[in-house]
Design a protein around this ligand. Structure first.
Ligand code: UD1
Ligand code: CA
Length: 451
C-alpha cells in the first residue's frame, strides 16, 4: 500500500524554556528533527509531510534542501488537530504513518515492524517503561486488546499505575482516519484535540488496533524538557559508541564518548575518555586518540597518535604522525608521514613533508615545510602584514633554531640553517647559515641596581 509519513513538529516545546523550536534543539550536533527525517527517508514512503507551526520559518529554512511537503498548523491545538491539517494533501488510499517530531531515536527496524503490523487497520507502537511519567497510558481489555489511550493528565489514579505507554507513533488507514479526526473533541484537561482519542473511536468501529511493544524502550524516548534531551543524547551516543567498537576501536569509556557527525575507524584504534568527534572523521588502523581531544573533519593515517588535549580541525595526516599534547591544528593542514608536532604548537593551512618536527611553542601558518625539517621552540612564521597573508617555503632538511621569526613571504633553501633568535626577512640560499640578531655585548663589573 502507498504510504505517507507525517511528522508532527508544530509544538513550541514550552517545557524546554527555549527560544529555539523544540525540534531544532541539537541532538548529537544536529537538530532533533533531522534524525527523524534521516530514519524516515529509508522507509520508502511516497511522501513525507512535516506539520510545522511554532518557529515555522526557522524549521523550514533548516530543511529547505529536503524534498518534503510542509503543512502549516497556525495554532497548536493538539496532535489530533495537527494531523487534521495534513490530511487534505494526502491521497485517501495512502496508509499514514504518524511520527512525533520529539521522538527522534526510533529505528527503521521498529518502524518497519509497526508498518507490517497494521495490515490495513491501526497499529500503535507502545513501550513498557520503568517510569511512565509524562506519557499517555495504553488501556487494554481482558483479552489484552488495545481499547484506548488516556493522557497522563486525564488518568484515574488506577490508570496512572499502568506501565505500558503510548510512544505516539501510529499507522492509520488513510480513509477511516478522516472520519475519526472529525469526531474527536477537546473536552479534556489540556483542552487539546488529542490524536490519541482516535484509538477508542477505531475500536468502537471494530477496526483492528494492534499494539506493538517496542523491543528497546530507549528507542522511543520523547523529548519534552532538557533532562530528557540529555538522556536521549546519551542513549544515542552509546549507540554510536557501539558502532565504533564494532568497527574495531577500543573506547576507554563508552559513556565518555561524543560523536557529532560521522566516524569511520580502522582496526585496533584506541580512543581515550572525553574525546569529541565532529563532522566527518576517519581514523586509520592503530590510531590512538588521547583524552580530551577535539577532532573535527580530519583524516588521520594509520598508527598516528594524538596525545591529550589537542584541538584538530580540517587536517589530513599520513602514517605514524605524532601530535600534541596541547597542539592546535587548523583547517588546510596536511601532513605527510612521521610528522611530529609537540606541545603548544599551532599549525594552519600548511603542508608538512615527512619526518619534519616542530616540538614546542611554535606558530606555523601558510607554510610549506620540507622533508626532515627541524623547527626549534618558539619559531613563528610571520605570515600576516596587517592586510594580506604571505607564504613561507622551507626547503628539505632545514634547521630553524629556537625563537626565529620568519617574516613572509620567504623562501629558505634546502639544508639551510637559521640561527636561534634570528628575524629572517630575506630569502635564504641553500646550505648557508643565516644569523640575523643583535651582537652580544658583555659589560664587565656590572652592578645590579639595589632595591
Ligand atoms: C504525546 C502523546 C502521548 C505520548 C507522548 C509520547 C498526545 C495527545 N499525547 O504527548 O500519549 O505518550 O506524546 O512522546 O498525542 N504537536 C503538534 N501540534 C500540536 C501539538 C503537538 O505538531 O498542536 C507535535 C509536537 O511538536 C511534538 C508532538 O506533536 O513533536 C507531540 O506533542 P507533545 O505536546 O510533546 O505531546 P506529549 O505531551 O509528549
Ligand atoms: Ca512529547
Amino acid at each position: 500500500m502507498a504510504l505517507t509519513t507525517v511528522i508532527l513538529a508544530a509544538g513550541q516545546g514550552k517545557r524546554m524554556n527555549s527560544d529555539l523550536p523544540k525540534v531544532l534543539q541539537p541532538l548529537a550536533g544536529r537538530s532533533i528533527l533531522s534524525h527523524i527525517l534521516a530514519t524516515t527517508s529509508n522507509l520508502g514512503s511516497q511522501a513525507i509531510n512535516i506539520v510545522y507551526g511554532h518557529g515555522g520559518e526557522l524549521v523550514q529554512r533548516e530543511f529547505e534542501h529536503f524534498s518534503v511537503d510542509w503543512t502549516l498548523q497556525a495554532e497548536q491545538l493538539g496532535t489530533g488537530h495537527a494531523l487534521k491539517q495534513a490530511l487534505p494533501s494526502i491521497p485517501e488510499d495512502h496508509e499514514i504513518l504518524v511520527l512525533y517530531g520529539d521522538v527522534p531515536l526510533v529505528t527503521e527496524k521498529t518502524l518497519n515492524k509497526l508498518l507490517s503490523a497494521a495490515k490495513g487497520g491501526v497499529a500503535l507502537l507502545t513501550a513498557e517503561l520503568g517510569s511512565a511519567k509524562g506519557y499517555g497510558r495504553v488501556l487494554r481489555d481482558k483479552k489484552n486488546n488495545v481499547v484506548a489511550i488516556v493522557e497522563e493528565k486525564d488518568t484515574t489514579p488506577e490508570q496512572s499505575k499502568i506501565k505500558e505507554i503510548n510512544t505516539g507513533l501510529m499507522v492509520f488507514p488513510g480513509k477511516a482516519i478522516r472520519g475519526w479526526i472529525e469526531a474527536i473533541s477537546s473536552d479534556n484537561q489540556q483542552q487539546e484535540f488529542y490524536l490519541t482519542d482516535v484509538i477508542a473511536l477505531a475500536v468502537a468501529e471494530g477496526v483492528p488496533v494492534t499494539g506493538v511493544l517496542v523491543d528497546n524502550a530507549d528507542d522511543i524516548v520523547g523529548i519534552n524538557n532538557r533532562e530528557q534531551l540529555a538522556s536521549a543524547e546519551r542513549i544515542l551516543q552509546k549507540r554510536y559508541a557501539r558502532e565504533v567498537m564494532d568497527q574495531g576501536a577500543t573506547l576507554a569509556d563508552p559513556n565518555r564518548f561524543d560523536l557529532r557527525g560521522s566516524l569511520k575507524v580502522g582496526r585496533d584504534v584506541f580512543i581515550d575518555v572525553n574525546a569529541v568527534f565532529l563532522g566527518n572523521v576517519e581514523l586509520g588502523s592503530g590510531v590512538r586518540i588521547g583524552p580530551n581531544a577535539i577532532i573535527s573533519n580530519c583524516k588521520l593515517g594509520d598508527h598516528s597518535v594524538v596525545h591529550e588535549h589537542c584541538v584538530i580541525d580540517g587536517v589530513v595526516t599520513g602514517e605514524n604522525c605524532e601530535i600534541g599534547p596541547f597542539a592546535r591544528l587548523r583547517p588546510g593542514t596536511q601532513f605527510d608521514s612521521q610528522v611530529k608536532v609537540g606541545n603548544f604548537v599551532e599549525v594552519k593551512a600548511s603542508t608538512v613533508i615527512s619526518g619534519a618536527k616542530m616540538n614546542h611553542l611554535s606558530y606555523v601558518g601558510d607554510t610549506q615545510v620540507g622533508k626532515g625539517v627541524n623547527i626549534g621552540a618558539g619559531t613563528i612564521t610571520c605570515n600576516y602584514d596587517g592586510a594580506s597573508k604571505h607564504k613561507t617555503i622551507i626547503g628539505d632538511r632545514v634547521f630553524v633554531g629556537s625563537g626565529a621569526m620568519l617574516v613572509a613571504p620567504l623562501n629558505i633553501g634546502n639544508d639551510a640553517t637559521i640561527a636561534a633568535g634570528s628575524t629572517i626577512t630575506k630569502n635564504v640560499p641553500e646550505k648557508t647559515l643565516s644569523v640575523a640578531r643583535g651582537k652580544q655585548s658583555v659589560i664587565k663589573g656590572w652592578k645590579r641596581p639595589k632595591k
